[in-house]
Design a protein around this ligand. Structure first.
Ligand SMILES: [Zn+2]
Length: 294
């Protein structure tokens, strides 16, 4: 049963910047939500050189690519190539003592590049660095709910995408999702946010070739948002998708790649819009399947 009660917002953080932090799901605490958090760079740095030449990187990236059965051999090869480019061109860091192994980098990079496979790695231009934390973190959150009334609570943060900043991911969540088959992915979710942010705005409409395409996409996601907020069936989108357009795009991206047949059946126009944007057709084949623990 979906019990998402999360909220999201554009927030001003203690660094003085404006960014969106989000949470895609939390098995331990359903009342998770986006929050304000300082990214702490006190972990182990593991970068400078690409890790793609390492056999364990290759194994992990290939296993991740094989998860998505709509990809043919040539597409998987291209995905691995993009993942290697992403790996060596971004800063990687392990937080709180987590070792950023080549296998972990390969797993993360391959999932990120599933999204960019046919639209180009430039779509992730807003990704400056990739931070891996061993587990989700708890944050105190405050939300203005009207006038001077502020709601305060604790949030379980699984992932964060900071505008013009890093992506922060919980490795425990990544690992759990890789074997659960639950149809959620903090990786796809957060990197979808980054693609949305490529034009400098976290508004749920990623950069499109023409203004007309952007307007059409906004109209389609607006209709889906209205449907969700009107109490219509949300499966395979989680209720969290109704938070705003930004979350709708991120959650819909998860469903597009992980539960494509269900998304096509329940939200056919949204599914078609995503096939147009990502230039992929995941529902043409059988549904994605869980993979082994990375
Ligand atoms: Zn989000």
């Amino acid at each position: 049963m979906e019990e998402d009660k999360r909220r999201v917002g554009i927030v001003r953080d203690s660094l003085g910047g404006t960014g969106e932090r989000c949470v895609s799901s939390c098995a331990a605490m359903p009342d998770d939500r986006c929050t304000v958090a300082m990214i702490r760079h006190n972990g182990t740095v593991n970068n400078r050189h690409g890790a793609a030449s390492d056999p364990t990187w290759q194994d992990a990236a290939i296993a991740a690519a094989n998860r998505f059965r709509h990809l043919d051999g040539a597409s998987r090869d291209r995905l691995i190539g993009q993942a290697a480019d992403l790996d060596r061109s971004r800063y990687w860091e392990g937080l709180d003592g987590l070792e950023v192994t080549p296998a972990r980098r390969g797993h993360v990079a391959a999932h990120a590049c599933l999204l960019t496979l046919n639209i180009g790695l430039g779509a992730l231009s807003d990704v400056t660095s990739i931070l891996l934390a061993p587990r989700s973190s708890m944050r105190t959150t405050r939300h203005r709910i009207g006038g001077s009334i502020v709601s305060e609570g604790e949030a379980c943060v699984l992932g964060q995408a900071l505008l013009h900043g890093p992506v922060r991911l919980s490795w425990s969540q990544i690992s759990a999702e890789s074997v659960s088959g639950a149809g959620t992915s903090v990786l796809l979710h957060e990197f979808a946010h980054k693609i949305d942010m490529a034009d400098g705005h976290a508004d749920g409409t990623p950069p499109m070739s023409t203004h007309r395409q952007s307007v059409q996409f906004e109209s389609i996601t607006g209709d889906a948002l209205h449907q969700l907020r009107s109490g219509g069936p949300s499966t395979p989108l989680r209720r969290y998708a109704a938070t705003n357009r930004s979350e709708l795009f991120a959650v819909a991206t998860e469903a597009f790649f992980l539960r494509p047949d269900s998304l096509r059946n329940s939200f056919p126009i949204l599914y078609r819009a995503l096939t147009g944007f990502y230039s992929q057709h995941p529902a043409r084949d059988v549904q994605s399947v869980p993979e082994r623990d990375p």
